[in-house]
Ligand binder design. Sequence first.
Ligand SMILES: [Zn+2]
Ligand SMILES: [Zn+2]
Length: 241
Amino acid sequence: MNIKDLKASLLKEYSFQTELHAHTSPASSCSQVLPEEMAETYKKLGYDAVTIANHFVYEYQGLSKNEVIDRFFDNFERAEKRGKEIGIRVLLAAEIRFSENENDYLIYGVTRKMLEEIYDLLPYGIENFRKVYKMPDSVFLQAHPFREDMELVSPAILDGIEVFNMHPNHNSKVGIASVYAKEQNFSIITAGSDFHHPNRGHEGVSAIRTKHLPEDGFDIAKILRSGDYLLEVGRNNIIIP
Ligand SMILES: [Zn+2]
Ligand SMILES: [Zn+2]
């Protein structure tokens, strides 16, 4: 089989396209994309699903625990509702930050109950978190580990890393991240647009491609663990992880 045919057959087999990393406003204070607009943007691009991975931070913008969690879920539910109306699936993830530093971690497979528990652990750092909090059905990744101000953590406490973070305002040093992922033998690597800002052309600049439409965030976790997926960076550039 020549490479063109091989690519065509891969694209056909892994036909479902999902954004793994997008932020809505106001749940992510850095985003200018309303939840409804998020669903509409990815529908227009032809994606099958978009994952809302809003920031989840202790005392975020001076809010109380309940306010942080309510705003987080209100944004997800608004995007999900709009998604159902126009025919695109909206999935839930969280990008959490502990009070110890600026590191971000992505969780695929998360519920309100889990985030209520996780919130109380944010002040105590990642080492403690990974020791005391078990998430057997979720996947826990360090987001863009080579971006400025990030600190590497012990690979033993990660399920993998987000190698291809395509945010245009940050240098996530994706080449170095890819080399590191190989050196550390991470079984899971991901790609995400980290979409926050309209009109800068960075919506849908990466995707995970799967054989079926992911049910929810836990299904994403399952697919990532299975290793049976492709990544797409830019348009039509396929990465076999
Ligand atoms: Zn952000
Ligand atoms: Zn992000």
